[in-house]
Design a protein around this ligand. Sequence first.
Ligand SMILES: Nc1ncnc2c1ncn2[C@@H]1O[C@H](COP(=O)(O)OP(=O)(O)OP(=O)(O)O)[C@@H](O)[C@H]1O
Ligand SMILES: [Mg+2]
Length: 296
Amino acid sequence: MDSGMDTEVQLSLSGICKQFRQTTGRKRGRGGSAPRPDAPPVPVLADVNFEVREQEFVAVIGPSGCGKTTLIKIIHGLLPAEHGVVELNGKPVTNPSTACGFVFQHAGLLPWRTAQKNVEFGLETKGVARAERARVAEEALTLVGLTGFEDYYPHQLSGGMQQRVGLARALARGPDVLLMDEPFGALDAQTRERMQEELLKINELTKKTVVFVTHDLDEAVYLADRVVVLAARPGRVREIVDINLPRPRPPAADTKSMAEFVDKRRLIWSLINTPADPVDAADPVDPVDSVSGVRA
Ligand SMILES: Nc1ncnc2c1ncn2[C@@H]1O[C@H](COP(=O)(O)OP(=O)(O)OP(=O)(O)O)[C@@H](O)[C@H]1O
Ligand SMILES: [Mg+2]
């Protein structure tokens, strides 16, 4: 889908700013480490603005430490922003929203529960009745290609399969928006590409709005309708790039040889690897270390 489509804005970020206080590392009761009184707060996100339309797939890319995870947690309502507003379906997000499903880099499954029971877990906390939970969980596991693995425990599943369970768990709760934070980052290259193709297929069926954080240029261009390129220190939007590749998207090998793929990959590569402004010029991020797949 291209950004010009006539769909509603589902998620909007306006003027998002976030800073963290440096801490001493010493424990302060139950509240974690004590703030260092002498250290100024470190700005992590500065005036981040963008919108995501219904059923749009937006990738967010930027160097390590630029604030991607912080941003996606703010979108979910897990972290408050100092300034700015996140609106979901026209309403400000103040608490972790059940309208968002979160998929993390590590699936974080409960080791003592089977795949089926892990997917059901999110429904239990929503108060869904037992029979309905079982039905919805089974349906979600089928969608992610795990029929037959319902009774497997996490340690009996490969990394890719565990991520599928994590995705099923998020989908089972019926979110409007899927927030994915480097969900395939820990997988080997081949499994990762297969998971990308699977995710596209699943999304053709479920038509969710997706915000997908990644370091990986190929992944961003292959999956997304638009790529939000972040600059670092502090994290801010460098540019938003439209990806005009066909949907349904052909297999990765075919898509990656298309001129549009090659051009947009090169454009985003150069955005990441040239200083955004004098702040970056004075303190450049090492691009080869911080963003994978960076050879133009
Ligand atoms: N709870 C916290 N307290 C203090 N600083 C934090 C906290 N969480 C994150 N930071 C800092 O904020 C910055 C951004 O972190 P964040 O995890 O959002 O980056 P990222 O872009 O997701 O990085 P990566 O690509 O490595 O996952 C980092 O400098 C990090 O040290
Ligand atoms: Mg992160």
